[in-house]
Write a protein that binds this ligand. Structure first.
Ligand code: MN
Length: 260
């Protein structure tokens, strides 16, 4: 994969090693100070990465476009923080939990969350939160695109018109569900086990595929955690929900619909 134009060495990244510092040659002293300042200013980072982390079995998918690609709707700093820190930590914490029960290492995140009752009790909550966090964000990056926005196309256009009367009515209902979610969570369009299409909202990193949310298939979803919008939109979650439509890739949503 071609590196993103804005993927310069990130001194704050846990992947930024001593070897990277040496590679910078003449800049090394400066880089070292910057790295130290970065680590010191981020308690979460130093706590989460104090011990060596298992490198798998789960991996962070690369963002399929540049951090700045969804500007002005979602800003580059939000994308970088959201992908490189929030999503990365879900993957890291999931791997740490699986390392305690290596017999689970061949299960996909989806298999893990669909069989939560079979997960050992000491890691069950962690697996639920982190595997769902991993699945949710992997979908989220996929269904957005710099070429996104506009009216729905293809099969999803039919689903929306048949079940919600119009795209405008669908957007209104989806935004309202996202706005009404108290605290952190997600808003979804799901296909239920009985084949109905519904808008639902789940708290925290809940995913519709969890038994407690009916085991429905998430066709599309938007992240309404403050980390998804706060840097740009502050407390205006509604403005973020409206702007988000400009990023939605209906091609990607149609691809998911065929898996439902
Ligand atoms: Mn998120």
């Amino acid at each position: 994969m071609k590196p993103h134009p804005d993927s310069l060495p990130d001194f704050l990244s846990p992947d930024f090693s001593r070897r990277d510092l040496l590679r910078l040659g003449a800049l090394a002293p400066l880089a070292f100070l910057a790295a130290r300042a970065g680590l010191q200013s981020n308690g979460l980072q130093s706590a989460a990465y104090a011990a060596p982390l298992p490198s798998g079995p789960h991996t962070l998918p690369p963002l399929p476009y540049a951090y700045s690609a969804l500007e002005p709707h979602i800003d580059a700093l939000t994308m970088r923080t959201h992908h490189d820190r929030h999503h990365k930590i879900y993957v890291a914490d999931l791997n740490k939990a699986i390392a305690r029960h290596p017999e689970l290492k061949d299960q996909s995140p989806q298999q893990l969350i669909q069989n939560l009752d079979k997960i050992p009790g000491d890691i069950r909550t962690t697996v639920k939160n982190t595997a769902c966090g991993h699945i949710n964000h992997s979908m989220f990056w996929q269904i957005m695109s710099p070429d996104g926005g506009g009216a729905p196309t293809g099969a999803i256009a039919g689903v929306i018109n048949d079940n919600f009367e119009s795209f405008d009515a669908f957007k209104t209902q989806f935004e309202r569900a996202g706005l009404k979610r108290f605290g952190s969570g997600w808003v979804w369009l799901v296909k239920t086990k009985t084949g109905d299409f519904k808008i639902i909202s789940t708290p925290n990193q809940g995913n519709p595929m969890l038994a407690e949310h009916g085991g429905a298939f998430p066709v599309m979803g938007n992240d309404v955690w403050e980390h998804a919008y706060y840097l740009k939109y502050k407390n205006k979650r509604g403005a973020y929900l409206k702007a988000w439509w400009n990023t939605v890739s209906w091609d990607a949503v149609n691809a998911r619909l065929t898996m439902a």
